[in-house]
Design a protein around this ligand. Structure first.
Ligand code: SF4
Length: 247
């Protein structure tokens, strides 16, 4: 069953005549984390990915080829969250592998990071048809997966890629131009919204601003890669604004 807050939202959306709203949502435990079929909370990402692989909690299940769960370091200190898989991601079962993904990979390399140093996921795990934006009820149905991923990975910083991720995680509905690059909080975690790589492909002039935003992730006096790739190898204190210790 969905947690009470999510269930209320789904019922509300159904009352607004959103079609195909499944008010059960993906199975979740008392803390809102998704539970596998046996009722136990997943204690690793593999269990969670296995649960997601058969999920049919929203209408996006109907058109998917693969559930695009997420990829990267399960102990990453830096997590990137986009909106949802596109055609290439749907075909390959991996997020951010199309042209926008190649740009994201290049942005990571520019920061001294490889894809395997961070964790990359999306708001929804199945491809919206025609690459449309995810609907609110689809995002709500899928959110327990992302919430569980965040709880299991426990990143220090979440980078939101684009307005859709910011809308569904932070509730922001104003244009991303008004808040990109600003440090925000989500459930006690540092969150940094930046432009989506697909937007940067369409608007190359914004790349300089995106790079300025990404530079905010660099730690004082320490290369980003050294601090972000593996938290157990980092002894640097205070890598982010307002934080006094590392995990
Ligand atoms: S988008 Fe999420 S909630 Fe919807 S079917 Fe896919 S995994 Fe399940």
């Amino acid at each position: 069953m969905a947690d009470p807050g999510q269930r209320d939202l789904l019922l509300y959306l159904r009352d607004l005549r959103w079609r195909d709203v499944d008010c059960s949502g993906p199975p979740s435990g008392p803390d809102g984390r998704v539970s596998p079929a046996d009722g136990a909370s997943p204690d690793n990402l593999s269990d969670l990915a296995q649960t997601a692989s058969t999920c049919r909690a929203c209408r996006l299940a109907a058109g998917r080829r693969n559930v695009v769960f997420g990829v990267g370091n399960p102990k990453a200190r830096l997590m990137f969250v986009g909106e949802g898989p596109g055609a290439e991601e749907d075909a390959r079962g991996e997020p951010f592998v199309g042209r926008a993904g190649q740009l994201l990979t290049a942005m990571l390399l520019a920061m001294g990071l490889r894809r395997q140093d961070v964790y990359i996921a999306n708001i929804v795990k199945c491809r919206p048809p025609g690459n449309r934006d995810p609907e609110p009820d689809e995002a709500a149905a899928c959110m327990p997966y992302l919430r569980s991923q965040i709880q299991l990975i426990d990143p220090e910083v979440i980078v939101l890629l684009g307005r859709i991720a910011a809308r569904f995680l932070l509730g922001l509905t104003t244009p991303i131009g008004s808040y990109h690059g600003r440090w925000m909080q989500w459930e006690g975690r540092q969150v940094l919204p930046i432009y989506h790589p697909a937007f940067l492909l369409r608007n190359p002039a914004a790349k300089a601003q995106a790079w300025a935003d990404l530079r905010k992730l660099r730690t004082v006096g320490k290369p980003a890669a050294a601090c972000y790739s593996r938290r157990d190898e980092c002894s640097h204190a205070g890598p982010f604004p307002g934080r006094s210790s590392t995990r």
